[in-house]
Design a protein. Structure first.
Length: 260
């Protein structure tokens, strides 16, 4: 554990520089939205790719690309215009416990967001403008997402902050959409939400690195841990604390802990 704050900041900045670059993209789920150019395609493909982002990253990327193929590599058009027969084609999709029925439910819910709010990002930006609290927006988003008809089993694929979940995949998606720098990784599409307001996508790698570096003391990887480690990172960059996700996650998957 590092105790000197300046030393720790230099260490985090070094790791951030090492991992926050375009070399990070190819093997990461963020490569899926990077294969599109329109805001709507990026937004939808990113949401779906992040939804299935647990387990082996190569398997996630492969499954997400297959998902896009099911949607004719035109996710926005598919979400808005897919006929019942088109939706039926999704039934054979599967990624671990996320199956075709879940995908159909997700498409139907996303369609409502575009018809009612003008998009997922428009919803997030509107609700953040009203609350100035991403925690409240996460709660509202899940509530709204499941307000249309769906199978109850699909709900497990969208974490609930109200139940204390770390919401790792949602926070990762939000990072993709909100953060904007000159590194070419995150997109910065949701410009009405500041990077200072978002939370770290906490997973086992970033949590273990956070504990090793003295940024996290809580033992459970839950929402309280997300708040603690994000608050710790705000001490090093109050305007963009989640930029250190690259440092913690990248170093974690590369076995950097062995060198500490």
């Amino acid at each position: 554990m590092m105790t000197d704050r300046q030393e720790l900041k230099e260490h985090l900045d070094y790791l951030y520089d090492k991992y926050n670059n375009q070399n990070f993209i190819a093997d990461d789920p963020i490569s899926i939205p990077h294969s599109f150019s329109s805001k709507e395609d990026i937004e939808i493909s990113g949401f779906l790719a992040s939804t299935i982002a647990w387990g082996n990253r190569k398997a996630i990327v492969k499954s997400a690309r297959r998902m896009m193929e099911y949607m004719d590599n035109a996710p926005y058009d598919f979400v808005l215009n897919a006929s019942p027969a088109d939706l039926g084609r999704l039934a054979t999709y599967v990624h671990r416990t996320f199956n075709g029925g879940d995908l159909i439910d997700f498409v139907n819910s996303m369609r409502v967001f575009y018809e009612v709010y003008g998009g997922i990002g428009a919803f997030f930006e509107q609700k953040f403008a009203e609350t100035a609290d991403m925690r409240k927006v996460l709660s509202q988003f899940r509530c709204q997402f499941w307000s249309c008809e769906h199978r109850q089993r699909a709900e497990k694929h969208l974490s609930s902050i109200d139940k204390g979940a770390a919401c790792k995949r949602l926070n990762m998606y939000i990072r993709w959409m909100v953060r904007q720098d000159d590194r070419g990784v995150d997109f910065g599409l949701w410009k009405r939400i500041p990077a200072s307001a978002i939370y770290l996508p906490l997973d086992v790698h970033s949590a273990n690195m956070g504990r090793a570096l003295g940024l996290l003391t809580r033992k459970q990887n839950d929402w309280k841990a997300v708040e603690e480690i994000t608050d710790s990172l705000r001490q090093f960059d109050a305007n963009d604390p989640v930029k250190y996700d690259f440092a913690l996650f990248g170093a974690g998957i590369d076995g950097y802990l062995k060198n500490l």
